[in-house]
Design a protein around this ligand. Structure first.
Ligand SMILES: *[C@@H]1O[C@H](CO)[C@@H](O)[C@H](O)[C@H]1NC(C)=O
Ligand SMILES: *[C@@H]1O[C@H](CO)[C@@H](O)[C@H](O)[C@H]1NC(C)=O
Ligand SMILES: *[C@@H]1O[C@H](CO)[C@@H](O)[C@H](O)[C@H]1NC(C)=O
Length: 208
């Protein structure tokens, strides 16, 4: 609930810059064009609130995790404010796979569960891996631009919130970028880069 309160306060703080903006009438109203949506506030239909930030993300997927972002694209009032956040839901053993935020440092706080987290420094610092097992209330920093991941190592669901130092921290999921680009990166590039045979590269490309 504290996070929601922060949201509402932020929204209020910025609202005087837009004199005609109404005060928020509810925690969140994610606009939708779907007129079958049941809620209707201030001229816009709202998405079914179960899709919004305060509710658990759907972790029924191969990774067993769901990241719900409140970057400027989803939360336009962040514009010019230099901050963003995300909600991370994990099924048991769910993984937020290795990824990079090119434009923002991340601070993560675990609210429920036991999460193994880590990041890898750049080549200049010898690709050193830093890891930690976090439980409720623990905080961890992921420096801007470094590869990092979070894995739920508990048998229960885990929940964490991330705060990022940019309204648009960006997201590069390494597996998707390297093996799932459109069009695909030439197999010769990847076989040499990873020093494996092309069957393995073809296999990895088929997964992304
Ligand atoms: C919603 O409708 C507006 C106005 O017709 C349109 O510009 C916009 O692209 C639509 N958005 C979506 C997500 O369909
Ligand atoms: C969660 O996602 C799965 C797979 O896409 C889907 O079958 C299921 O209905 C979703 N659950 C909810 C509550 O939306
Ligand atoms: C990285 O490795 C090199 C070669 O082993 C070493 O000289 C250097 O001190 C290391 N740098 C750091 C930051 O650990």
């Amino acid at each position: 609930m504290k996070f929601l309160l922060t949201f509402v306060l932020l929204a209020l703080a910025s609202s005087h810059a837009f004199a005609s903006d109404p005060s928020p009438l509810q925690d969140l109203c994610v606009a939708t064009n779907d007129s079958n949506s049941v809620m209707f506030v201030n001229g816009k239909f709202c998405k079914d609130p179960k899709l919004a930030f305060r509710y658990p993300g759907n972790t029924s997927n191969l990774l067993g995790s769901k990241v719900t972002t409140a970057f400027v694209d989803q939360f336009p009032r962040l514009n010019t404010l230099g901050i963003a956040m995300a909600r991370l839901d994990f099924a048991p053993y769910g993984l937020n796979p290795p990824h990079i935020h090119p434009c923002g440092t991340e601070m993560l706080v675990v609210v429920e569960g036991t999460v193994y987290v880590g990041f890898v420094t750049s080549n200049q610092l010898n690709n050193t891996l830093f890891t930690k097992v976090l439980t409720k209330g623990d905080v961890f920093m992921f420096p801007q631009g470094l590869i990092h991941f979070q894995l739920n190592i508990g048998q229960a669901n885990a929940l964490a919130f991330a705060f990022l130092s940019s309204q648009n921290p960006g997201l590069i999921t390494t597996a998707n970028s390297v093996f799932g680009s459109k069009p695909l990166i030439n197999v010769d590039v990847l076989t040499k880069a990873f020093q494996v045979d092309n069957k393995l590269i073809n296999y990895l490309q088929a997964q992304n």
